[in-house]
Write a protein that binds this ligand. Structure first.
Ligand SMILES: Cc1cc2nc3c(=O)[nH]c(=O)nc-3n(C[C@H](O)[C@H](O)[C@H](O)COP(=O)(O)O)c2cc1C
Length: 284
């Protein structure tokens, strides 16, 4: 993905936008987005274990009046006229892969000055699945409004306050050095600290920030985990880890750090309550 500025700036800039101008995307912007979604050849570290993912731009003005009432964003999203909807084939790492790809596209939209908001829970799944003709072999994990945003309403501000959207856990809650009870500091990571900082700033469902990362005590090797959640919520951490890996990987590429992604659970003591996901190791 070619961004117009450092991806670290875009990650810092991105924030969920739930209040839109009510105007559809202008034609040139629409073309740009459609081209991006159609011609994307995006891969993720999860590609090997994931089926095909695809994304489409769906416009509300094309909905019939009855459908417009059933978008299912429950008043959380105001004035959005365009949505990006994605589907991924059922597979081992489907949501992780989807999370990575959708976040890459969201960062590209942010770079274009557009507003977005991950919606994994509050949308009419059957309506949007029908709109992109999803097959029985596909899932539609999330959608996002995409368009020109306006000033946040009081309701939007209240939602943000409720999920503490402006806050993130501190390093000592998320990142560990060698084993689970030794916190990792930016100093321990040296030049790699920016990679973890970009993970920390990422969006997550209900802002739960379920990612945990353990750095090997000797090597610049980072093991990614998610916390275990109850079954109702369990479909979200795989999306969230896709986002975390996306931020880490795009930042590593930008800073010129060579690394490979591997799936090899190091079985670290104290990680019994976590779900191992993936490891990044430097290649010198
Ligand atoms: C996988 C995922 C699902 C989400 N689902 C919803 C949703 O259904 N409704 C909503 O209002 N926000 C949703 N969000 C947005 C989060 O609440 C938001 O990212 C978080 O509070 C942090 O705020 P920020 O995006 O402004 O940094 C979702 C975010 C992610 C990553």
């Amino acid at each position: 993905m070619n961004f117009s500025k450092p991806v670290t700036d875009i990650i810092r800039e991105r924030t969920s936008r739930r209040t839109y101008s009510g105007q559809p995307l202008e034609d040139t912007m629409r073309e740009k987005i459609i081209k991006l979604l159609k011609n994307h050849n995006l891969k993720s570290p999860f590609s090997e274990y994931a089926g095909k993912a695809r994304f489409e731009l769906i416009s509300v003005p094309e909905f019939d009046p009855n459908e417009r009432k059933k978008i299912g964003t429950y008043g959380l999203i105001k004035g959005a006229q365009d949505f990006m909807v994605g589907a991924v084939e059922n597979s081992k790492c489907d949501r992780e892969h989807f999370g990575y790809l959708m976040e890459t596209i969201i960062l590209a939209a942010t770079d274009m000055g557009l507003g977005t908001c991950w919606l994994g829970g509050f949308f009419n799944k059957s309506l949007f699945s029908a709109k992109i003709n999803s097959s029985s072999n596909e899932i539609v994990p999330a959608i996002t409004p995409i368009g020109n945003y306006i000033k946040r309403t009081i309701k939007e501000k209240a939602i943000r306050k409720f999920v503490k959207a402006n806050k993130r856990f501190s390093w000592d809650h998320l990142f560990f050095n060698g084993i689970m009870n030794i916190p990792l500091t930016p100093e321990d990571c040296g030049k790699y600290s920016e990679l973890l900082e970009m993970v920390r700033l990422g969006p997550s469902a209900s802002n739960k920030q379920p990612w945990r990362i353990i750095k090997d005590s000797k090597k610049n090797m980072f093991h990614f985990y998610t916390v275990k959640t109850n079954s109702v919520y369990s479909k979200f951490p795989p999306l969230d880890i896709g986002i975390a890996v996306c931020h880490f990987n795009l930042t590593a590429q930008e800073l010129g750090f060579n690394g490979i992604w591997i799936f090899d659970n190091p079985q670290i003591l104290g990680t019994e309550d976590l779900i191992y996901k993936i490891t990044w190791n430097t290649v010198l």
